[in-house]
Design a protein around this ligand. Structure first.
Ligand code: FMN
Length: 166
């Protein structure tokens, strides 16, 4: 099984979750930013896991991204495109998917609803319910235990999709 975990992450929290999910899936699974996840690296994936922070109660778009000031402290990494624009360019494929989001505990809204919809459109319907990982402040850090939970979720996804082979 080929699996990739694609992430958007400005302050590193969603990236850390994606890396933990990939570890849980197995040794050959890769966590990739939206720059690294080129169409050829995703093309023959059996499982596409995709995650992003909730911003403004949804999956951030270009307007939300444009409003993030580069001189914010801590400094955001604005070098990779939004997951939303990555999804818009993702070529059609044949596989399954799973989505996750990072969020403040009390926030309404969802990024995963859009991620699931877009992945389904291009041939990667979800094989599990979307998962949420909690940050303790506007820029993180992740709440204690979330990375362990992400590893366990990755392992579950591997089991559901037919084997922990990466
Ligand atoms: C402009 C902005 C808007 C945000 N809006 C929300 C929101 O609506 N709901 C929420 O739960 N968290 C919100 N957050 C917190 C983000 O979810 C948090 O920054 C994110 O989980 C960090 O992930 P990252 O380090 O991978 O970028 C917002 C953060 C920023 C900077």
């Amino acid at each position: 099984m080929k699996a990739v975990a694609v992430y958007e992450s400005l302050w590193g929290n969603t990236e850390a979750v994606a890396r933990a999910i990939a570890e849980g899936i197995g040794p050959d699974a890769r966590a990739l930013s939206t720059v690294e996840a080129t169409p050829d690296r995703v093309a023959d994936a059996d499982l596409v896991v995709a995650g992003a922070p909730i911003q403004g109660f949804s999956l951030p778009g270009e307007r939300m991204r444009a409003g993030i000031r580069p001189d914010t402290n801590p400094a955001p990494d604005l070098s990779a495109p939004t997951l939303r624009s990555w999804l818009e360019r993702l070529p059609a494929g044949h596989g399954r998917s799973a989505s996750f989001e990072t969020k403040i505990r009390w926030s309404p809204g969802s990024a995963t609803r859009v991620i699931d919809r877009e992945l389904t459109k291009v041939g990667y319907p979800p094989l599990a319910r979307a998962e949420h990982f909690v940050v303790d402040g506007k820029f993180g850090p992740l709440r204690d235990g979330e990375l362990d939970r992400a590893r366990r979720w990755g392992a579950e996804l591997a089991t559901i999709s037919g084997g922990r082979r990466g």
